[in-house]
Design a protein around this ligand. Structure first.
Ligand code: CO
Length: 423
């Protein structure tokens, strides 16, 4: 486990505003407050109201306001040896609703981003099929399209927290996840086009990146709800998300969602029967490893308050966050402000969809005393999100994968929020 170093997010940077008290009482972004000049505030006429603004297509492809420049993906330099085989994190603390904007979706690459010319792109489907086929992107777009909202979570999300509270940040503890709308073709449709042999029980799916990232996918899942997607949130995939084609494996861990998808081979057994034991498996206290652990179990996270979003004043607060389940729909989210002693249901903001993020909120009247904020997700199978202690009792703490435990945020009397583990 890497040592915690100073180039992890600096809590004081997040919190320089909190001690400022009154000035920041109504502020969301301290930088914006500092930049604001009083002469622009009501009842004065603001500077930006006095002159003509930019004309159309000032930005042919629009970008966020300059005052939102702090809302970015971030990486932890010490986590991996190179950026080409690394991970970055979605800024959950600054998101609204349940959709992640394309430019903020976390990335995980094994050999860097491939830049694929769509005119050269082909997807080959072969192996135990009646009719091996090669599809161009235009071929794929001629099939009936599906549009589905799904979260994509890395199996290692919260993986650094198995041994104890380590990173003081919602972005770094939980940001290996995003949720977008995918457009593409159901994998069932493509496989039917090729005619899968009755012996075909597994797919070998392979990417076109320099790592040749590849995985074994069971046929049942492929025929159930998988897609090959060429678009996300209404536009073509971004290069870092697999342009022009990626696999969508709803509810299952992100490493299966092969990007720059170039080949699907149908076979009668998994391709990774041996080597898979060395990667994306979960080492147990017995020394044995769980493997082929694909489903991302129910989880939730309070995104505000959080270490990045301190409580700025006493009184009514909006506790808000995100919940998801790889098994189905989020049925309920409970909130505790006393470290799990008492629970109250949060409000769920629709639409609530299968294997998709759900936004929740809860009104909390903070009296200024220290508090322990927690959320727990319950899905439509009845599964209740566990505590870290419950997970450790079953699985130990040697794996970095599948930590879906309840996150506890400690709020001190100044409103400063810290990552803690209490139970
Ligand atoms: Co797994």
């Amino acid at each position: 486990m890497p040592e915690k170093k100073s180039n992890t997010p600096n809590r004081r940077q997040f919190l320089t505003g909190a001690a400022g008290g009154a000035l920041l009482a109504s502020a969301v972004n301290p930088a914006a407050v500092l930049a604001a000049a009083k002469e622009n505030q009501a009842p004065n006429v603001a500077d930006w109201s006095r002159y003509l603004g930019d004309g159309v297509v000032e930005n042919p492809y629009g970008v966020p306001s300059e005052y939102e420049a702090h809302v970015v993906r971030r990486t932890v330099e010490w986590l991996t040896a190179t950026r080409e085989s690394s991970i970055c994190f979605t800024p959950l603390q600054d998101l609204h609703g349940f959709i992640t904007p394309n430019g903020l979706c976390f990335e995980r690459h094994h050999g860097g981003v491939a830049h694929v010319n769509p005119d050269d792109f082909q997807l080959m489907v072969h192996g135990m099929v009646d009719k091996p086929l090669i599809f161009s992107l235009e071929d794929l777009k001629r099939f009936p399209a599906e549009n589905k909202f799904h979260f994509l979570e890395c199996a290692a999300n919260s993986g650094m927290e198995w041994h104890g509270a380590q990173l003081n940040s919602v972005q770094y503890t939980n940001g290996m996840i995003h949720c977008v709308q995918y457009t593409g073709v159901s994998l069932r449709t493509l496989l039917n086009e090729c005619g899968v042999s009755s012996k075909g029980k597994w797919l070998h799916v392979e990417g076109g990146d320099s790592a040749g990232m590849n995985r074994s996918l069971p046929m049942d899942k492929a025929l159930d709800d998988c897609m090959v997607a060429y678009a996300m949130n209404g536009e073509m995939l971004r290069p870092e998300n697999g342009y022009p084609l990626r696999l969508v494996v709803p509810g299952w861990e992100g490493n299966l969602w092969i990007k720059w998808l170039r080949r699907i081979e149908v076979g009668d057994q998994p391709w990774h029967a041996r080597e898979e034991t060395a990667k994306y498996t979960d080492l147990m206290p017995t020394g044995k490893a769980r493997r082929f652990t694909w489903v991302m179990e129910p989880k939730s996270i309070i995104t505000s308050p959080s270490p990045e979003k301190p409580v700025l004043q006493k009184g009514v607060q909006n506790i808000t966050g995100l919940a998801w389940s790889g098994q189905g729909k989020v049925k309920r989210v409970d909130i505790s402000v006393d470290g799990g002693k008492n629970w109250r249901p949060a409000k769920l903001h629709g639409p609530i969809m299968e294997k998709c993020m759900t936004r929740f909120s809860y009104e909390w009247d903070w009296n200024g005393n220290p508090a322990l904020l927690e959320s727990r997700a319950i899905d439509d199978t009845g599964y209740v999100q566990p505590t870290i202690k419950q997970l450790r009792e079953i699985r130990g703490a040697e794996s970095i994968y599948h930590n879906n435990s309840i996150q506890t945020w400690h709020v001190n009397e100044k409103g400063v929020v810290d990552n803690v583990q209490t139970r």
